[in-house]
Design a binder for this molecule. Structure first.
Ligand code: ADP
Ligand code: MG
Length: 342
């Protein structure tokens, strides 16, 4: 056990990526209501339509609603069965959805007392997810920066951060990234003293005056050059990706670049701006109709943006540059429609 955090030492049962089996994509964002579930459902549907065998997993045990957005009845079997150790085989919890190639491990509200799996259970879960019979496993994370949410984000091949162009969402996204960054660093450090230093740095008002990751790096360099090298390497491979959802103006579109440049300056981390999705009342309606918008209205701008992000995730070129340019012009044409409220 780790005496400072009460968690098992990471090296024995590591939660860090292993790059085997299905590709794991986690969609998080720190704040409820920014569109994590909406983005997950629609990216998963787009990926399935591109021929990938996809399983979406509702990891948001306290606010489970992924099944509803996919038009699936409240599942009888769910992730709650795995968390509470009633079922060991995750494969048995996978159910079909109306979308070909897309299956689901749902969550039910179940017993909220054990809504957050223990660290060890989480490690097992993450291993099991990679072993599912699928090309891509997508996790819809809950809100907040709880350790379990951070682990799902960190262990995935792609940790995708969804944010909205509003100050509270941006603030939450930074809080989430900061928590993820320090947790990742603590897992990467080997020496007890250095791990303690990382834990100390997580408190923004710590008495050692460590205010930024670069301050922390300087302190670590003074203690142990090998750990400092590991720190820099971890910085290099930590690559969160960003989606701005609910975009209405050209200004909103730029937010993704701003977040990405803050990540570089403050954390020394490359955060790729995957793309943006416009605000559309139809999107909200698609949720009421329990169908992904990319399925219901594949030609709507909002669907074109989502499909473009899905293609980018697979390293495919944009399907139709013309369609994208046209819809981008429509968003950008509205650039002054909110009358400079910021
Ligand atoms: N681009 C969008 N345009 C319009 N409404 C959206 C958009 N994205 C999400 N919504 C709506 O916002 C609400 C919250 O989205 P949801 O995906 O449940 O958020 P989260 O999972 O982050 O809590 C839903 O009603 C959804 O339909
Ligand atoms: Mg959600």
């Amino acid at each position: 056990m780790n005496s400072t955090t009460g968690e098992p030492r990471p090296r024995s049962e590591s939660v860090l990526p292993t790059n085997r089996g299905a590709r794991l994509l986690a969609v998080g964002g720190g704040k409820g209501g920014v569109g994590k579930t909406f983005v997950t459902v629609n990216l998963a549907t787009s990926l399935a339509r591109l021929g990938k065998r996809v399983v979406v997993v509702d990891v948001d045990l306290e606010g489970a609603n992924l099944h509803t957005c996919l038009g699936v009845q409240t599942p009888q079997r769910s992730l709650a069965d795995f968390v509470s150790e009633r079922e060991e085989d995750l494969g048995k919890l996978v159910i079909d959805t109306p979308i070909p190639n897309l299956r689901l491990i749902g969550a039910t509200h179940g017993n909220l007392a054990d809504a957050q799996p223990s660290h060890l259970r989480r490690v097992r879960l993450l291993r099991g997810l990679r072993q599912l019979d699928a090309d891509i496993v997508m996790l819809d994370l809950g809100a907040g920066s709880h350790a379990s949410v951070l682990d799902y984000f960190l262990v995935s091949d792609d940790g995708i951060l969804v944010l909205q162009p509003e100050p509270t969402s941006v603030e939450n996204a930074y809080t989430f990234l900061r928590a993820a960054f320090y947790r990742r660093m603590r897992l990467a450090m080997v020496g007890h003293g250095v791990r303690q230093l990382v834990t100390l740095a997580m408190d923004q008002r710590n008495e050692r005056g460590i205010r930024t990751p670069l301050d922390l790096l300087r302190e670590i360099e003074a203690m142990d050059t090998e750990e400092a090298r590991r720190f820099v390497e971890t910085m290099r491979v930590f690559r969160p990706r960003v989606i701005v959802n609910g975009v209405r103006t050209a200004e909103d579109v730029k937010l993704g670049f701003a977040v990405s440049s803050v990540c570089k300056k403050y954390f020394g981390v490359e955060a790729e701006y995957l793309g943006y999705v416009n605000y559309d009342d139809e999107a909200r309606r698609s949720v009421s109709m329990r169908r992904p918008i990319v399925d219901l209205r594949p030609d709507a701008d909002v669907s074109i943006y989502l499909q473009r992000i899905a293609r980018k995730l697979l390293g495919l070129p944009s399907a139709s540059v013309a369609a994208h340019t046209e819809s981008a012009a429509r968003v950008e044409g509205r650039s002054n429609s909110r009358g400079g409220h910021r």
